[in-house]
Ligand binder design. Structure first.
Ligand code: A9M
Length: 139
């Protein structure tokens, strides 16, 4: 398997830490109770691909959410907080760039890549707010 670039995101990842995620969720319009819940959990992300169709699954004790996509093709996504958005994921070099627009027109961009420590880095942007979370490969 070619494990360079985006291919290297395949597999299972456990949450390590993050910065500014609460502000990002606020900007998305996520309410207080769900933000508190989200802060308290350490999700596992599982990324797989079969025949060009990719799946990202986020597992936690509270809730598990999954989406399937083909790179470059718009799909309907339900976010972990239950909003319905139109999403497109493009692979750009070693980055996975996920752009979503919700029904009120609010846009968010989530970029994923394997960083120089071998961690799965997630950079999130909504309006002027930026946040990051990073995951390590699950044993
Ligand atoms: C992302 O994948 C970017 C999208 C994050 C959307 C944030 C909405 C959070 C709502 C929380 C709902 C609480 C239920 C728990 C569901 C488990 C999924 C947890 C995702 C935080 C996240 C990377 O590491 N960001």
């Amino acid at each position: 398997m070619d494990s360079s670039g985006v291919q290297g995101l395949k597999g299972s990842w456990d949450y390590v830490d993050g910065e500014n995620f609460d502000e990002y969720m606020k900007e998305l319009g996520v309410g207080w109770a769900l933000r508190m819940t989200a802060k308290g959990i350490k999700p596992r992300i599982i990324i797989s691909e079969a025949g060009g169709k990719w799946t990202l699954r986020t597992e936690s004790a509270i809730k598990t959410v999954t989406y399937d996509f083909t790179p470059g093709q718009e799909f309907d996504e339900t976010t972990p907080d239950g909003r319905e958005v139109k999403s497109t994921i493009n692979f750009e070099g070693n980055k996975w760039v996920h752009t979503s627009i919700d029904k009120s027109g609010k846009k968010s961009v989530v970029t994923r890549y394997v960083d120089d420590k071998g961690q799965h880095m997630i950079e999130m942007e909504c309006g002027s707010v930026k946040a990051r979370r990073w995951y390590k490969r699950a044993e």
